[in-house]
Design a binder for this molecule. Structure first.
Ligand code: FAD
Length: 477
């Protein structure tokens, strides 16, 4: 009897524990991917990530073909689809790797019980995180609510399990069940094709994820600790979209940095591992507080006087705020489905604190436009900036978009790349075009208000308004 191998956000053959369990069971394997309907708390994938999913599934299909196997695509409620496949194929077992978002956990728990009640073997495995959240606990046995102790525990605990290599061949069933055609799912945008520039930056799929990791280890990790904050430097790993859909395992990434001590300064390796630990911490938060994506971790923020202003929100989304670093970030997001971490913090601070727009609006926009959208990392980081999160940045830390630009994009290369209408502007004014004298603007071919907007808000006044709004909240007991 065959075994069903259910792929989800683990679109890889390498270090795939469920796949490994299926391969050593000596049973024919039927790999399947199910496009599931929306579930509360973890909606369907955003449009940018659907683009990624299409290409990632195509890559997985090719890899499985090479092992003499196939990928069966089905759409619908997961339990119904699995039951149909079990009946069609005579399979008696299903394996998968665990997910840690609340909606996913609820679906999986229900499916496991329902299948087992029917005498079907149903087993799940670890692999999306470095360690199972249930394994890393504080001294008093509770999950972590602050980052630093979690990082210390990670550092002191055993290394994550060593990655398992992909199998060389997969046993095929005598007959394959019918599969949807990938194209029939219409995951790619058509008119307009807003993803036309994505391929300049990205190649989805497992092979490309491994190449990215190698490139990063060879060329960028040496210098990561300092350079990671500068958006015009190719200094970070760009692994986030690959990790988000599980094309590479965090354990594989972690272990790739092991042999480097002695060759490059340790602070770079530690800094990089610390970022992987942030990913882990975000999942700990989501695991403890399933409402993380739509409710304040700290309920003190429930009374925050948010403003509704669709016009200002639209200027932010389109990168038309008149603050070049904010606009460059928002346009990078639209063009490449990704934004540099430093700039994500700047644009989020601007939306929440300068415009006083609810962090949930920003979270939703990012979820739809990021190729690395992740239910834990996105929600936790938005709440971190808003001050409402676990171990969050204090609300009064309000970024000045001009000074941030001048500090982290000193020569304005990043702004010039994504806001081409400012390309000819003198370096001195690249982050403050509204202060440039008329002749400087003229010489750069810019008329403010025509080619590039004047600031949609005065930062100094907005900062004070935000502090006042925050002061109106009741204090924590
Ligand atoms: P690197 O610097 O190479 O880091 C390596 C890996 O560590 C990343 O791939 C990522 O998996 C993890 N990581 C790094 N920083 C963080 C962080 N702050 N929180 C959690 N994990 C981190 N990251 C996402 O993966 N998905 C999101 O939806 C997401 N939304 C964000 C929203 C906001 C408002 C902010 C401020 C940050 C968000 N991040 C998110 C975190 C971070 O910006 C990205 O992980 C990072 O920019 C990805 O680029 P990289 O792979 O080159 O990172």
């Amino acid at each position: 009897h065959p075994i069903l191998l259910w792929f989800r956000k683990d679109l890889r053959l390498d270090d795939n524990h469920a796949l490994h369990a299926a391969a050593i069971s000596d049973r024919p394997i039927i790999p399947v991917y199910i496009r599931e309907p929306e579930a509360k708390g973890c909606g369907p994938l955003g449009a940018a990530q659907e683009w990624w999913l299409h290409h990632s599934l195509a890559a997985l299909q090719e890899s499985l073909d090479r092992l003499g196997s196939k990928l069966i695509l089905r759409e619908g409620d997961a339990l119904t689809v699995l039951e149909a496949l079990l009946a069609e194929t005579d399979a008696e077992a299903v394996v998968w790797n665990r997910r840690y978002d609340p909606a996913g956990i609820a679906v999986d728990t229900h499916i496991k019980t329902a299948l087992r009640n029917k005498g079907i073997e149903a087993n799940s495995f670890a692999g999306q995180l470095l360690h199972e959240p249930s394994r890393l606990r504080t001294g008093s046995g509770t999950p972590y609510k602050t980052y630093t102790p979690l990082w210390r525990a990670l550092e002191q605990s055993d290394e994550p399990p060593f990655p398992i290599d992909a199998p060389a061949k997969l046993a095929a069933p005598q007959r394959w069940p019918q599969s949807d055609k990938l194209d029939s799912w219409s995951l790619l945008p058509s008119k307009p094709n807003w993803a036309c520039d994505f391929p300049d930056m990205w190649t989805p799929g497992e092979a490309a994820a491994h190449e990215k990791l190698e490139e990063f280890i060879d060329a960028a990790i040496d210098g990561y600790a300092v350079d990671r904050d500068f958006p015009d430097k190719p200094a970070t790993s760009l692994l986030s979209p690959h990790l988000a859909l599980g094309e590479i395992s965090p354990a594989r990434v972690w272990h790739a940095t092991r042999g480097l001590s002695g060759k490059i300064p340790t602070d770079n390796i530690v800094r990089f591992r610390k970022e992987l630990a942030w990913r882990e911490f975000c999942y700990h938060q989501l695991f403890q507080f399933p409402k993380l994506g739509y409710a304040n971790w700290s309920d003190r923020y429930d009374d925050f006087p948010w403003r509704e202003d669709p016009r200002l929100f639209d200027s932010w989304r389109r990168g038309q705020t008149g603050y070049p670093i904010v606009d460059a970030g928002m346009r990078q997001l639209w063009r490449h489905g990704w934004m540099h971490n430093r700039v994500r913090m700047i644009v989020a601070s601007f939306l929440i604190k300068d415009l006083l727009i609810d962090w949930r609006e920003g979270e939703a926009w990012f979820r739809d436009t990021l190729v690395d959208a992740d239910p834990a990392a996105n929600a936790a980081n938005w709440q971190w900036v808003a001050g409402s999160g676990a171990d969050a940045s204090p609300f009064f830390r309000i970024f000045n978009p001009v000074l941030q630009g001048e500090k982290f994009d000193r020569d304005g290369h990043y702004v010039r790349t994504f806001v081409p209408e400012l390309a000819a502007l003198d370096r001195k004014y690249i982050h403050r075009p509204f202060e440039a004298p008329d002749d400087v603007l003229k010489c750069a071919g810019i008329e403010l208000g025509t080619h590039y907007p004047r600031p949609i808000i005065d930062h100094a006044a907005a900062r004070q308004r935000a502090l006042d709004a925050h002061a109106s909240l009741k204090r924590d007991e």
